[in-house]
Design a protein around this ligand. Structure first.
Ligand code: ADP
Ligand code: MG
Length: 682
């Protein structure tokens, strides 16, 4: 038996089962062993029925004294009701809904082990749908049994059986973690961990196994990310910008005092730029935290050092907005700024390209248009991308290639919890701008039920009558019979009737790009009062006159996303409002609305969002190409994550290329896990 052998060599795995396993990505015996249980049943302790406590999960072993079929549950499906007795004096009722098929499996007067949660129904103790197993006379109660995530055509018993059959292989599991690390972190060995994650001998051993495997998942990813990063840093021929404090000179010219967070971020950027290594820095800042001023200061530093800079935004409108504010800030210092947009005519475009290639122009602001083949720079030294999550790492890279190892700065308005940032951006240094400029008024936020909709409209009318603008955002473009949610098109019709004296416009993703931009530009210019839209309204769009944001069917949005949407208002001096309208009630909806009502801090909200939704679902984690962890959870196991990161750093300090013979197994394991050694984050 070998880890690479196909599962079909196991007894009981025919073509059907092999196919079912394949659907779970299990092809080899090795795959099978790395298919970890999602939970366990502790059958190591049998509880007498007379000692059962309501609410606990327990293992009961007893005879089926009574078996009642029938009782109808929805559309004539049959229930099965059992009375189980174990000689302790009491009986336990066991109930299966819609389970006529069990009539043949279970037999009266035979002994079974039932494992489930004990409930109390009218004074009687009951288990609903417990798992069960026949117990042969005199057979010992089993230990802790694994509970695997199941797929179609595969039962719990199948998986247990197959894994048990492959388990001897665990003994051959190669130890790939360095011995000193194992000793320092008090980890158990690889073989031990693998055996005990499936069929733990006792609870303590299970704990040791889990700890080791969680550590291992974090450690492998951190090591891979740090290696990418050191490969980037190895490019020692990065640009050394001037050490002169030009950016301070620039900052002093701004009409406001920088916040502490802005100052700290600029100091970090200055140090990066002045060093001979390439800068790879992520600036995370909540909406309105003043990232543009930071970008402008960095650009000024680059230009005064004799280099060009480029700033890439995900949409034309954002690019234009950046162009205008950078132009306003930097032109007085003699910096030549150009906008390279897709909307440029051929002649104008040629002129801009010529200026960039000759170096006559210092800063290019644009969209993807910047990374087209015919764009070249005389001496590109600094590359900034805004709203990073919308660009792939590869696009970032393409822009960088237009210079010789330029410094890069990535800006995102999506506050990412610290734990996730470490994982997602392990290849970048991170600056957090977790402070808003003084004097911002918190946005008054209120959650409303469908019936309270009029309250939102009253407020909207009041604001519109004062010459303010507003947004209504819905999750759907058009009404759909399958989804209980409001749509932009539906609301647009409704609101046009309700607010006939105001200019109402519609915006959604199915519209043509030019049409969308026309609407946004008109809204920007104040020619539209109320914009009914899907989530396409851009992050970063700045319309200070907009003071109302109504989020429809709020139950369908993530917290972080609603926070982003809310950030569209509150950008001027006036008090702004955000109304969340929810259909139906639900614990989570109410909980989520309460978080938004209470907090305006994107970092806090992102942490809560992550807690409520779990890391897998947190916005686009999958899109980032981050491998799914099997056991590790960056929130719950953040301490382990940090320990793993420290160990990875220590290891790579000692042996950056993992050349030592003691690290050969680890190196092999890493290339197994991250086939494209270039970057798992690509
Ligand atoms: P974002 O981080 O969302 O891109 P911006 O850079 O657009 O934020 O800044 C939002 C607004 O705050 C702009 O009008 C900007 O001029 C202003 N601003 C930036 N920094 C400060 C500061 N330190 N004090 C006061 N206002 C500031
Ligand atoms: Mg911005």
């Amino acid at each position: 038996m070998n880890a690479n052998d196909p599962v079909s060599i196991l007894k009981g795995v025919g073509p059907k089962k092999a196919e079912a396993l394949e659907r779970l990505q299990i092809r080899s015996l090795g795959d099978l062993l790395s298919y970890y249980p999602r939970a366990y049943e502790d059958r190591s302790r049998v509880t007498p029925i007379s000692a059962l406590q309501e609410g606990e999960s327990a293992l009961v072993q007893g005879k089926i004294a009574l078996m009642v079929k029938g009782g109808f549950y929805r559309r004539g499906r049959r229930n099965l009701r059992l009375l189980v007795q174990d000689g302790s004096g009491s009986g336990l009722e066991v109930l299966f809904f819609n389970a006529a098929y069990l009539e043949k499996t279970l037999s009266k007067d035979k002994t079974y082990a039932f494992y489930g949660t004990v409930q109390s129904r009218g004074g009687k103790l009951q288990m609903l749908h417990p798992s069960f197993q026949a117990v042969l006379e005199g057979e010992e109660a089993e230990g802790i049994l694994p509970v695997y995530p199941l797929g179609a055509g595969l039962g719990q018993r199948d998986l247990r059986h197959f894994v048990r059959a492959a388990l001897p292989l665990a003994a051959q599991a190669e130890e790939f973690l360095p011995q000193d690390l194992i000793a320092r972190q008090r980890l158990c060995g690889a073989a031990y961990a693998l055996r005990n994650i499936h069929f733990p001998e006792d609870a303590q051993k299970l704990k040791e196994a889990r700890f080791r495997l969680i550590f291992e998942e974090f450690f492998l990813l951190q090591t891979a990310l740090l290696q990418i990063r050191s490969r980037l840093e190895e490019k020692q021929n990065g640009i050394t910008f001037s050490k002169e404090p030009y950016m301070e000179e620039f900052a002093a010219s701004l009409p406001f005092e920088l916040t502490g967070a802005q100052k700290r971020t600029l100091a970090e950027i200055h140090a990066d730029m002045a060093s001979h290594r390439s800068m790879n820095r992520l600036v995370q800042g909540d909406v309105g935290s003043g990232k543009t001023a930071v970008a402008a200061a960095a650009i000024y530093q680059a230009v005064r050092s004799g280099y060009q800079a480029a700033m890439m935004a995900p949409t034309e409108l954002l690019a234009e907005q950046h162009y205008h504010s950078l132009q306003a800030d930097l032109a007085p210092f003699g910096v030549k700024v150009a906008l390279l947009s897709g909307a440029l005519g051929a002649a104008a475009r040629r002129a801009v390209l010529a200026d960039l290639a000759s170096g006559a122009c210092d800063l290019a602001v644009g969209t993807h248009a910047l990374i087209q083949k015919d764009v070249s720079f005389a001496r590109l030294g600094l590359v900034i991308t805004d709203e990073q999550h919308r660009f792939g790492v590869r696009q970032r890279g393409t822009l960088s290639e237009k210079g010789v190892d330029p410094d890069t700065l990535v800006m995102t308005a999506t506050p990412i919890p610290r734990t996730l940032a470490v994982i997602l951006y392990g290849d970048l240094d991170i600056s957090r701008m977790d402070e808003l400029p003084p004097g911002r008024r918190p946005i008054v936020t209120k959650a409303l039920q469908e019936e309270e909709r009029d309250e939102a409209y009253r407020l909207l009318r009041r604001e519109l009558e004062q010459g303010r603008q507003g947004y209504v955002v819905a999750p759907l473009i058009e009404d759909s019979p399958e989804v209980e949610a409001r749509s932009a098109c539906g609301l647009y019709e409704e609101l046009r009737e309700r607010f006939p004296s105001f200019r109402v416009a519609l915006l959604h993703g199915a519209m043509k790009q030019e049409e969308k931009e026309r609407v946004m530009t008109a809204f920007h210019a104040g020619e539209i009062d109320l914009l009914v839209s899907t989530v396409v309204i851009e992050v970063g769009i700045n319309v200070p006159n907009a003071t109302v944001m109504i989020i429809e069917s709020a139950q369908r949005f993530g917290l972080a996303q609603m926070h982003q949407l809310r950030g569209r208002v509150g950008r001027g001096a006036a008090q702004s409002y955000c109304m969340l309208i929810t259909q139906g009630e639900g614990g989570v909806s109410a909980q989520r609305a309460a978080i938004l009502e209470e907090s305006g801090d994107g970092f806090v909200i992102a942490e809560k969002d992550l807690e409520l939704r779990g890391p897998g679902e947190f916005f686009g984690l999958r899109q980032h190409g981050i491998p799914q962890f099997r056991l590790a959870d960056p929130v719950r196991h953040s301490r382990v994550l940090y320990a793993a990161r420290e160990e990875a750093q220590r290891l790579l300090r000692e042996d950056p290329l993992l050349e030592a013979p003691a690290h050969a197994a680890l190196r092999a394991r890493l290339s197994d896990c991250f086939e494209r050694p270039e970057s798992p984050v690509l």
